[in-house]
Design a protein around this ligand. Structure first.
Ligand SMILES: [Ca+2]
Ligand SMILES: [Ca+2]
Ligand SMILES: [Ca+2]
Ligand SMILES: [Ca+2]
Length: 193
């Protein structure tokens, strides 16, 4: 392998390392059946990224044709929605960036908080992409290694289900590795000439 093919390989590796990974709590049967009716923590690996899920205030619960949320024990909450005093928490085995969030039952006037470590991101109904068909937002939120992501509703009467979230490996880390690899090759080349 010559230095040009090594450089090309580094560039390709940097690109593939940044591929998006979606954790689909509503449609991915492997994932939701693993989490369903459990409090966790439970770890699930998708394309090399391990996410650890926990329910706060009840069990994680997926109901066909309805959604994925938290079922508070003994309470008359909606079992497939995140209600007040319920939360879903997720942590990852590496630094990532959240690049898409997909909800359902996200109605006008409702909000959800996505708390990453000590940083609170509030998603309003008004922030959603297509409010009538898709409850999707496209953020770029860094999740440092060791931080927990906590989903909870913003208002006392809000009730929202989480369909999926998409992450990519932390871009800063990926590009630093790519740049570092290329720099090492350049330095080696200069020193050999
Ligand atoms: Ca269930
Ligand atoms: Ca309940
Ligand atoms: Ca609930
Ligand atoms: Ca709702």
């Amino acid at each position: 392998m010559n230095k040009y093919s090594i450089a090309a390989w580094c560039a390709a590796a940097a690109i593939s390392a940044g591929a998006a990974v979606t954790f689909d709590l509503y449609n991915d049967a492997d994932l939701y059946s693993y989490l369903d009716d459990q409090t966790g923590p439970l770890s699930y690996t998708n394309s090399g990224i391990a996410a650890t899920f926990s329910g706060t205030g009840g069990n994680m619960n997926r109901v066909s044709n309805n959604g994925f949320g938290i079922d508070a024990p003994g309470s008359g909450d909606t079992t497939y929605l995140l209600d007040v005093n319920e939360a879903l928490t997720v942590s990852f085995n590496q630094a990532v960036q959240i690049t898409a969030l997909d909800f359902r039952n996200f109605d006008d006037g409702e909000s959800i908080r996505v708390i990453i470590g000590s940083v609170t991101n509030t998603v309003l109904w008004a922030n959603l992409g297509n409010k009538t068909t898709d409850s999707i937002i496209i953020p770029s939120w860094d999740v440092p290694l060791g931080d927990t992501v906590r989903f909870e509703v913003g208002g006392e009467t809000d009730a929202i289900a989480i369909d999926s979230f998409t992450v990519v490996p932390e871009p800063a880390t990926v590009s630093m590795l790519g740049i570092g690899g290329l720099l090492a090759l350049i330095i080696r080349r200069i020193s050999s000439e």
